[in-house]
Design a protein around this ligand. Structure first.
Ligand SMILES: [Zn+2]
Length: 174
């Protein structure tokens, strides 16, 4: 929902007029968490989570690569760049405001400018369970698909809904 709200800025109502843009927003909004995949592959799901995959540097690389690929099938490469960048960054904002129970807390949001880990000093969202580094994949998946996480997701939707509604309203006006 944060990704959709962010996508309203460059796309406005265009966002809901093609499956391409909606699909791209879903991809860009979740792209930072693809860092779970290499860990899944080696049986340690959380091994590579929240490193430089969650950074402004990676957001820029993601947007440039997507814009470059998109030039083969669309002329809207600039728009692909801006949507990719803003939506990717919205994921970082969500994680910054989230709860992290796995050390090191937070992520390297400012990489390559800084290697520091950052996390908001207050807990805006409900904790999302996804296991620990070194934990077996089957118990990690039990935690991911738990009732706790359904509640966390529902709370996040309610918290972000007003922001989405405001950007949706502005997009319709503009
Ligand atoms: Zn994330």
């Amino acid at each position: 929902m944060l990704g959709l709200a962010a996508a309203h800025i460059p796309l406005r109502q265009k966002l809901y007029q093609s499956v391409f843009w909606l699909g791209f927003v879903v991809l860009a909004a979740n792209a930072p968490d693809l860092d779970f995949l290499p860990g899944w592959f080696i049986g340690d799901f959380n091994r590579f989570h929240h490193g430089i995959s969650h950074s402004i540097g990676m957001a820029l690389i993601f947007a440039v690569v997507c814009a470059w690929i998109s030039r083969f099938f669309t002329q809207q490469t600039k728009l692909v760049f801006w949507v990719g960048l803003l939506v990717f960054l919205s994921h970082l904002l969500g994680d910054y405001l989230g709860v992290d129970r796995v050390e090191p807390f937070g992520a390297q949001f400012l990489w390559p400018l800084s290697n520091e880990y950052y996390l908001a000093p207050f807990q805006f969202f409900h904790p999302v369970e996804h296991g620990d580094v070194g934990e077996a994949t089957n118990t990690v998946f039990d935690k991911i698909f738990s009732m706790d996480n359904v509640i966390a997701a529902a709370k996040e939707i309610l918290l972000v809904l007003p922001l989405w509604l405001i950007t949706f309203w502005l997009a319709r006006r503009g």
